[in-house]
Design a binder for this molecule. Structure first.
Ligand SMILES: Nc1nc2c(ncn2[C@@H]2O[C@H](COP(=O)(O)OP(=O)(O)O)[C@@H](O)[C@H]2O)c(=O)[nH]1
Ligand SMILES: [Mg+2]
Ligand SMILES: [Zn+2]
Length: 366
């Protein structure tokens, strides 16, 4: 790439603007003081290989050694949607740094580890997809909402395959009851019904992420909004090569000018840090809790508990109350494990330090 395409020049700004680049990002990039690099956005992530979009076009990318060795936490490594600094030139790019994130969508990594996994970065809108026939699960939606609110993105619930159910309105009402203050949009990718209503969230230069179970219709919807077969979907392909499911997170440009990150379905969706997210997702329950007689009410057996009173009168669905309790317990338990993991990290760091010191001493005096 020629040197006149410095990131502050009009060339880079106008060519990256369709991917969400703006003045604040340009300032952040300059503060990195990384000579010989240009800004790029991560548009796909496959284990340790990436595809990035720089002003000059798409390039395959890998982590620069320094970034790989110095990132102490997995969540500090680039994820789809991140803005990164890559070296100039053609061929496979090395990613040297990740720019500060405006929002970060993360869950606890699956399995025994106490680590966060970043699902998407720099997302403005989280579209939580659930297929109307059989996939609408209030408890799972609450969980997605807690993570979405925590991420800093605005959640919207997209109920897909509306063509396959008779009473769409009843389903929408049911979902609204567990999603206070959140828009619920029923759509069909087959008839196109409701798809135009998504336009108000899919604005030029803005980034949305589509989350939800495998088979919910996320890739089909993405293709419809992108206007071509940008992604492979679960339908059998015309060439007879069989069904495709999304295997990695990928950012595509929509006809509206918005960016959309499609994701594979996730079997587990465990919370990471989500205190504020949980408060937003359960704003109705939190409002009740604020009216309990005692400030430290555990909503168990205390007198004057507004939460239990609402559950008893039917004003609050007892299943929703139980869900709130369960998610709060999950967070409390996770916090203990996070503290233990942090303490173990610190012990490992001190041990390494001592080992290095002993080796140094032996070399010098031994
Ligand atoms: N009837 C109907 N089928 C749909 C709709 N959207 C997607 N599908 C089908 O649902 C299946 C899964 O779709 P896909 O987009 O791969 O789901 P993903 O796993 O969420 O990406 C495919 O067979 C699609 O053709 C819809 O709006 N209506
Ligand atoms: Mg898919
Ligand atoms: Zn109470």
């Amino acid at each position: 790439m020629s040197s006149h395409l410095s990131p502050s020049s009009d060339g880079s700004c106008t060519r990256l603007a369709p991917f969400g680049w703006d003045e604040q990002l340009a300032r952040d990039f300059h503060s990195l003081h990384a000579p010989g690099t240009v800004p790029a956005r991560v548009i796909a992530e496959h284990r340790d290989r990436y595809v990035v979009r720089a002003a000059a076009g798409e390039r395959a990318a890998v982590l620069a050694g320094r970034l790989r060795h110095h990132a102490s936490r997995r969540e500090d490594l680039p994820a789809t949607g991140d803005w990164v600094a890559v070296d100039e030139g053609a061929g496979t790019a090395a990613i040297h740094a990740v720019l500060p994130r405006r929002s970060i969508f993360r869950r606890k990594a699956a399995g025994e580890t106490t680590e966060a996994q970043v699902l998407a970065a720099n997302v403005d809108v989280a579209l939580i997809a659930a297929a109307l026939p059989g996939d609408v699960n209030a408890r799972r939606i609450e969980r997605y909402l807690a993570l979405a609110w925590e991420s800093g993105a605005v959640p919207v619930i997209v109920l897909t395959k509306a063509d396959l159910v008779d009473d769409v309105d009843a389903a929408v009402r049911g979902v609204r009851a567990v999603a206070p203050g959140v828009d619920v949009a029923p759509v069909s990718a087959i008839t196109g019904a409701g798809v135009d209503a998504l336009a108000r969230w899919l604005l030029p230069g803005r980034t949305a992420v589509l989350l939800g179970s495998s088979g919910a219709g996320k890739s089909t919807l993405t293709n419809l909004l992108a206007g071509d077969d940008a992604l492979r979907t679960g339908t059998v392909r015309a060439d007879g090569k069989g069904r495709h499911t999304t295997t990695h997170r990928q950012l595509v440009q929509l006809r509206s000018g918005a960016l959309l990150i499609d994701t594979p379905g996730m079997r587990e969706l465990q919370l990471w840090s989500a205190d504020a997210g949980l408060e937003s997702a359960f704003a109705d329950v939190e409002a009740l809790a604020a009216r309990c007689r005692y400030g430290d009410c555990a909503h168990q057996a205390e007198s004057g508990c507004a939460v239990r009173a609402a559950a008893q009168s039917g004003a609050l669905d007892p299943a929703r109350l139980e869900s709130w309790r369960r998610l709060r317990r999950e967070l409390a338990w996770l916090e203990i494990r996070q503290d233990q993991a942090a303490a173990a990290d610190e012990r490992a760091r001190v041990k390494t330090l001592h080992r290095a010191h002993r080796a140094h001493t032996r070399r010098k005096y031994g």
